[in-house]
Every structure is written in C-alpha cells, then in structure tokens.
Ligand binder design. Structure first.
Ligand code: F6P
Length: 552
C-alpha cells in the first residue's frame, strides 16, 4: 500500500495552479481536435475492472491533464486516506468514526479491528443470521400471526435505509423471488404507506423497519402507522412479533418500539447510512434475491474494493472517475452531472447516487472547519435512457450549460429481446457521439439544409461523457458499479479536503419541522416566531385545516 501522507497546503495549491494553467492551454480545444490529433484516443483511454469497462475518451482532457490530476491526488494524499479508510481509522473526522463499508464485504478471515474488535467476524455472523432469516421467509417457514406464509415484504426506511435496497430490488428484479412482493415505504406522506398496503393483507405482510439511528421521524411515524394497520387487521398486539423485524444500531429504541430484540438485525456506527446497502439494511434485498445472489452482490463490491486498493493510481478506475469529476466541476465549471443508465432496471440509480454524491460531498467547509476553496459536489440527476432522450436531452445537446454525463449500459439484456436491446445500446452510443462531436453549420449546409434553418440545427458538441459498459446487470456487476461510485466520491472528498461521511446540513430542517409540527397542532392563535413568510404559511395552513377538517 502507498501510504504517502498529504503534502503541504502549498504543494496542494501548486497542483491546483498547475491544473488551472493547463486548463488555460487546452481549454479552447474541442473534442473533435482531441480525437483528430490522437486517432487512437478511444482505444487508449479506457480502464477495465471488476467486469466494468470505462471509456473516458470523450472527456475534454489530455494525457497531460490526467497526469496533473494524478499529481493533485497524490498531493492531497488520496492513497494514504484510502488506506486509512480500509484500516478502520476514524476518517469520519467530525463524528470521530471509521467509515468501514468496505468491511461489510471483506472475505472471512480478513481482520479489520476497531476498538479491539474484529469487525469482519461480526459482519459474517450477521450475514449468516440474515441468510437464515431470508431463507425462512423465502421458503414460507416464517409464518405470520395466523399461520400464513409471507407474501408481501415492506421495507420502511428513508435515505440510506431505503434508496439502496429499493434500487437493488428494482435492478435485480430478474433474480427476485417470484412469490414475494417487495414494497419500499420512505415518505412521511401517508400516501406512501397507503399505497404499499392497499392491496395487502396484514397476515401475509412482513415489515422490516430500517433505521440506523431508530430516531428518524419519518421512519418511526410510518412504522407506527404500519403497526396500527397490522394490529387493526389482526386484532392483537401480539401479531407484531410475527410481522415486524428491525435493522438498527439502536437496540434500546427498537425494544421501546415493541420489536422483539431477537428480531433485531444490528448494524454498527462505522457504517454510514448511504454506504449501508450491503449491511443488514440489505435484508430486504437478500430476501428478494436470496442469500447466494446477495453474496454475489458483495463479491462485486469486493472486487472493486480490491481494485481500488491495489491498482496504480493511473489505472485505478474509481480514482480516475473521481478526478474526471473534479476536472469537470472545478476546471470546466460544470455544476451538475447526469447519470444516464440505459437500463430500465437501473431507473432508481440516479436517486441512489444523488444521496451518495450530494450528502457525502455537498459540504462548504473542510474537515477541519475552514471554508472550502473550490466548489464541491455537483448536483446529480438523471433518468434512464431512452426516456431522457425525449425529455431533457435537448438541453444536453444545445443548452447553455455544460452537463457531463455518465452513460451506463450492458452488452446483454437479462430480460428482453436481444434485437431490441441492440437498439437501446445503439441509442446509448449515439448519444455519447452526438454530445462529443455535434454537428457543424458546414455539415448541415453540405447536407442541403437551407441557410436560415442552420443555426437552430447546429449542435456544437464538445460535451463530455463517460461510458460504463458491462456484460450484464447481475448482482456482481451491480455491487462493482456501486463500489466504483462510492470510491469515486471518496476520491473527490479527499481532493476537496472534506468529510464525506457526515451530514450536518440535514439537521436544521429536522429541528424546525419538529417545532412547526407542534405549532400546526395547537389550537390557540398565538403568534409564531418565524419569519413573516413562514408565519403566514403556517397561519394559512391552520386556517385551511380548520375549514377542511372541522373536527381536528
Ligand atoms: O437525514 C439524513 C439521514 O441521516 C441519512 O444520512 C440517512 O441515510 C437517513 O437520514 C436515514 O437515517 P436512519 O437510518 O438513521 O433512519
């Protein structure tokens, strides 16, 4: 392992200045020029790891750019920080914790010791318990209160306790148990739970309440409503024992809620919420796809971990992907990044990556509390192809903003017709090409487009993209893909010198919501001490509910 620590702030700043000067030199080059100067560029600028092929040739950069970005990564101490993370050092500085999601997929026999405890051994004990439980649910051995097997599994959780399992169950639907219906309830809006339970019978429904903290208001509110629905249908509080299990690191709160401690699947404070889909938070995923497929998912994560840990920086896919994001963000000034899976099954991936990227790296101060010197995380958004092509791609091709894109596609469809899959992939390749090379006025005129119509049809091109290609969307590939983004996000966080593992920014809204919830339920006309806009909104809402719900 390379454990070179970060160099001085002066050396880091010098690396940034070198990049800025280099950007001045090559900033005017078009991707058309870069490919013309180096016709083999497309064959050279790729990497392969853990079954994923990354083509990064359609980025506005040269070999020199990459060399300078790698210098920056070295100066910032990316290898040393990476190694510290894998060793279980408290890289989550503000919470003084390790960030050991990599231990969740470490093989048996690996030792990672935190506070004197081998956490990998703990992980494998938990995986075995999860597998046993998943097997019992899948085979009908786990019975509901009236003796019926489970047919509906409802995961109640939010953020990292929802997005990963929800995304994975969609992505791996082909691998899912045909007799189980999976639902994911996250939103505090009662409509979410209502939809999930509308056609279900309580006696065949299992709720998995997922909350690392077991303090999240949204999740606990939904869990209480689910319990009321279940007990209401089954007529006995004792039914909770058959129909509720929990995933949490807060055993006391789980017991207070009324879930049998034997039905608690634990997690640890060294697993961050948005990095937890392969912890017990993945219980619903394991029930859906089965323990063997879940282990394949973990193997995919692990394969990318091993690559991240061992590949030299210039061949290291997560490092490169992270540095390209830094280049696009800080040197090219791109404010957003589009995630465009050409896979219907990956339709929840953009939402998953929004939390991973934006909650991890949407920070305004460094790990030591100093204002950051440069823009941090981009705004992540996206939709699967080809749907996006018929809605927002217009802006990608001809809008005034630069939006780097990650295209994700597979050589083989796991579901449908091969010829139709070829059409899907033809569209993926076409979009990357069109964004990079565009269409000039000369080309349009040569095709006979009347001169007055040319301007509207010009696509200037020079719009960067990465393409990620794998054989098929399998549990292994999904694991590798998610680990790739996790480590890319980590690399960016180190370069920006921020703590990618805390999320203090979400707290203020929670505190205010609790206060306002109390104010909404009050019956007096006391003045509220918010700003005049918020006061007016609360008064208007209260007046409306008095009219619309006279009994409340
Ligand atoms: O509010 C943000 C957050 O803390 C996320 O970081 C987390 O994934 C989510 O809420 C859910 O937290 P918990 O699993 O503790 O309910």
């Amino acid at each position: 392992m390379n454990t070179t620590p970060p160099t001085s702030p002066e050396a880091i700043e010098a690396a940034w200045q070198q990049l800025a000067a280099h950007h001045q030199e090559i900033g005017a080059l078009h991707l058309r020029d870069l490919f013309a100067q180096d016709p083999q560029r497309g064959e050279r600028m790729h990497l392969e790891a853990a079954g994923i092929y990354l083509d990064f040739a359609k980025n506005r950069l040269t070999d020199r750019t990459i060399a300078l970005l790698l210098d920056l990564a070295q100066a910032c101490g990316v290898p040393a920080r990476r190694d510290a993370m894998f060793r279980g050092e408290p890289v989550n500085a503000t919470e003084k914790r390790a960030a050991l999601h990599t231990a969740l997929r470490a093989p048996t026999g690996t030792r990672v010791v935190v506070d004197g405890v081998d956490v990998v051994a703990q992980v494998h004990v938990m995986l075995d318990r999860m597998a046993d439980f998943a097997h019992r649910v899948r085979t009908g051995q786990w019975r509901g209160y009236t003796g019926k097997p489970i047919r509906n599994v409802v995961n109640i959780g939010i953020g990292g306790s929802d997005l990963g399992p929800a995304m994975a169950c969609e992505a791996l639907r082909q691998n899912c148990h045909g007799g189980l219906h999976m639902a994911f309830v996250s939103n505090l809006d009662p409509a979410d739970l209502f939809e999930a339970t509308r056609c279900a019978s309580a006696d065949e429904t299992l709720f998995i309440v997922c909350s690392k903290s077991f303090r999240t208001f949204d999740t606990l509110t939904n869990a209480r409503a689910a319990r009321a629905w279940c007990v209401g249908q089954l007529g006995d509080e004792r039914a909770v024992a058959n129909h509720f299990v929990a995933v949490s690191s807060n055993a006391q709160a789980v017991a207070e809620f009324g879930i049998d401690p034997r039905h608690l699947f634990g997690m640890w404070d060294w697993v961050g919420g948005r990095y937890s889909m392969d912890s017990a938070i993945g219980l619903s995923t394991m029930i859906a796809i089965g323990p063997d497929n879940f282990r394949q998912l973990l193997a995919g994560f692990r394969a990318m971990d091993e690559h991240f840990l061992s590949a030299p920086l210039h061949q290291n896919m997560p490092v490169l992907l992270g540095l390209i994001a830094v280049w696009n963000n800080n040197l090219l000034g791109a404010e957003t990044q589009a995630i465009l899976p050409y896979s219907h099954a990956l339709r929840r991936l953009p939402a998953y990556l929004q939390q991973l990227v934006m909650e991890s790296n949407g920070k305004h101060v460094s790990a030591s509390g100093q204002p950051v010197l440069r823009a941090t995380a981009p705004i992540v958004w996206g939709e699967p192809g080809t749907n996006g092509q018929h809605s927002f791609f217009q802006l990608l091709h001809q809008g005034t903003r630069l939006v780097p894109c990650d295209f994700i596609g597979f050589c083989r469809s796991t579901t449908g017709d091969a010829a139709q899959h070829d059409l899907l992939m033809a569209n993926l390749f076409a979009q990357g090409e069109a964004l990079a090379f565009g269409k000039t006025a000369q080309a349009l005129l040569a095709e006979g487009v009347p001169p007055p119509q040319v301007a509207q049809r010009v696509c200037e091109g020079n719009r960067p993209s990465n393409t990620l290609l794998a054989d098929a969307l399998t549990p292994f590939t999904l694991g590798a893909l998610i680990a790739l983004y996790e480590h890319s996000v980590f690399t960016q966080g180190v370069v920006w010198d921020i703590d990618s593992f805390d999320q203090w920014g979400v707290e203020l809204g929670k505190v205010l919501a609790t206060r306002i919830a109390g104010e909404l339920s009050r019956n007096d006309d006391a003045a509220f001490a918010h700003d005049s806009s918020t006061n007016a909104l609360i008064h208007r809402y209260r007046a409306a509910i008095r009219t619309l719900r006279p009994s409340s």
